[in-house]
Design a protein around this ligand. Structure first.
Ligand code: BG6
Length: 524
């Protein structure tokens, strides 16, 4: 095991020292280019990659959408949006001018064969063969259009399974289905004309620096890895809490709910990274094999287990910080008697050698007091023989908290003696902050993901069997709910940490949630 850890550390270092990845000239074609995602995330991410000289030379971006527009109008629209959504401000006008000269627009309906012919012509007109053959198709469309787009791309020979010197890849966004059967159908549509390795399914949490750091932390530090198992760990808590409510996304949320929107993807991905076995190499397939193995080891939930192990909730009106928030049922496009969950908490067990009988508690919700994502690994307490004699003394168990956002960092909590003549102990914390150590470095998740997609590294994307296994877990929970309406105990006031039932879920085992703490205001 130790020899394996050393080998992994070496590979990790090689990847780190490698510097930039080689990227081939290519064209990125965005389907659904008039949508929010293009303006908010994709173009700002590409602009920053261009600014850092990480994009290939040459490259082109083609927006494909229904509305009629000239290239100039499309660029002007994106330029305006960039001023609002860029993570660095002000936008560097010179850089934007140089970058946006590579952006083009192709008007077309996703179902119109002629529009794809036009796209093929446009790509040829760029005059450089690689720009017409190395193609990244970003489907920022509704999933119901994935199969149609892929079929048409195949028909005009823009998407081929048999590419040797060139490459074509398809990037798809969530929701990747709404249950296992629909995910299966989407996968079948996509793989009809593309190999699995050409399909990159996005989970933007995997593009977050600190989510990637979970593997680094676990597999490059032998002191932690040796205690990362049932012998030392008592319980693990994964919290992804959001301070925002559903806001303008009521229509989408009514179809999704917290379980499909957050657990199926982000939370289960974090869980997989926290609990998986060391991969044989850092190759995409090796890492994804281990994640799938872990997801498959999650003990299946039968309907009777769902009742005991899963809690859902919906917010009613309340105060979040200084702001008053309406209840979920009063949000736009939400049914006044909706039973959709805006909060979910669950206790899962991983039936494998490492984690047997360790509870993993997961929770996520909207309109909670803080926006924060953390993983808390709580260790078993020491035998209480030594300090039990001290009156009122209750020893806190050691814990490691991986803070994923905001203010990424790691905190180790242990007990220390209070100075003085008495033998009093209290928990103290040792904290590490990425920003203090490495300076502020906050690339958007999409920057990393787009670059990996161009480079053809699938490590940070979700493989077909991963997505389908995760849907299996979520479907079992939904089957347990069986369309039952929410009970009174399942509502929570906006601005609180969810329904009381969520605390009861842990209390049954003598555990309690540790809520993320607000960060101290910055002094500089
Ligand atoms: C998205 C969900 O996938 O993730 C949203 O659809 C959620 O409902 C968002 O708000 C959270 O992402 P982040 O990066 O803000 O934590």
């Amino acid at each position: 095991m130790l020899a394996r850890m050393d080998a992994l550390e070496e590979v990790l270092m090689c990847k780190l020292d490698d510097g930039r990845k080689a990227v081939d000239p290519c064209t990125i074609v965005i389907f659904g280019a008039s949508g929010d995602l293009t303006a908010r995330k994709l173009i700002p991410a590409l602009y920053h990659l261009f600014k850092e000289q990480s994009l290939p030379v040459p490259f082109r971006v083609v927006g494909f959408a229904r509305r009629e527009k000239t290239d100039e109008a499309f660029r002007a629209e994106l330029g305006e949006a960039l001023k609002q959504f860029s993570r660095t401000k002000p936008v560097d006008e010179k850089v934007w001018a140089a970058f946006s000269a590579n952006i083009f627009y192709c008007m077309g309906d996703f179902g119109d064969a002629a529009a794809y012919e036009k796209l093929a012509k446009l790509l040829k007109s760029f005059g450089e063969p690689k720009l017409a053959d190395n193609l990244l198709f970003y489907l920022a469309t509704s999933p119901s259009q994935f199969a149609e787009c892929v079929e048409h791309l195949h028909n005009v020979n823009l998407l081929r399974k048999d590419t040797n010197a060139h490459w074509q890849r398809v990037v798809v966004e969530k929701p990747f289905g709404h249950d296992l059967a629909s995910a299966h159908e989407l996968n079948a549509g996509l793989t009809k004309h593309a190999h699995e390795k050409q399909i990159l399914r996005i989970d933007h949490y995997l593009g977050k620096e600190t989510v990637q750091n979970i593997l680094m932390f676990r597999f490059s530090n032998s002191i932690f890895e040796q205690i990362w198992n049932r012998a030392s760990v008592e319980q693990v808590q994964i919290t992804v809490s959001e301070k925002i409510g559903v806001g303008g996304r009521g229509g989408y949320y009514e179809e999704a709910g917290a379980l499909r929107d957050m657990v199926q993807n982000h939370l289960l991905q974090i869980l997989a990274l926290v609990a998986m076995e060391p991969p044989a190499t850092l190759e995409a397939e090796a890492i994804r094999d281990e994640k799938v193995k872990l997801l498959k080891s999650i003990r299946p939930l039968r309907p009777a287990d769902v009742e005991k192990q899963v809690v859902r909730g919906q917010y009613f009106a309340g105060q979040v910080g200084t702001e008053f928030r309406p209840g979920y049922r009063q949000e736009p496009k939400v049914k006044p008697d909706s039973n959709v969950e805006t909060f979910v908490a669950m206790k899962l067990f991983i039936d494998n050698w490492r984690w047997s009988s360790v509870p993993f508690y997961l929770r996520t919700g909207k309109n909670l007091p803080l926006g924060a994502s953390e993983v808390r690994v709580q260790f078993r307490p020491t035998p209480s023989v030594l300090f039990a004699a001290q009156a009122g003394q209750k020893l806190d168990a050691n814990a490691i908290t991986l803070r994923l956002q905001p203010e990424e960092g790691i905190t180790l909590r242990f007990n220390g003696k209070i100075p003085g003549t008495s033998l009093s102990v209290r928990p103290v914390r040792m904290s590490f902050s990425y920003e203090s150590e490495f300076g502020a470095y906050t690339p958007e998740a999409y920057e990393r993901l787009l670059l990996e997609a161009i480079a053809g590294d699938a490590t940070l994307f979700i493989r077909r069997d991963e997505v389908e296994t995760a849907w299996g877990i979520v479907d079992a929970i939904r089957a347990g709910w069986n369309g039952k309406p929410l009970s009174n105990r399942e509502f929570y006031s906006a601005g609180t940490w969810g329904p009381v039932a969520s605390d009861d879920l842990l209390a049954q085992a003598g555990h309690a949630w540790r809520n993320p703490l607000p960060m101290a205001p910055k002094t500089t």
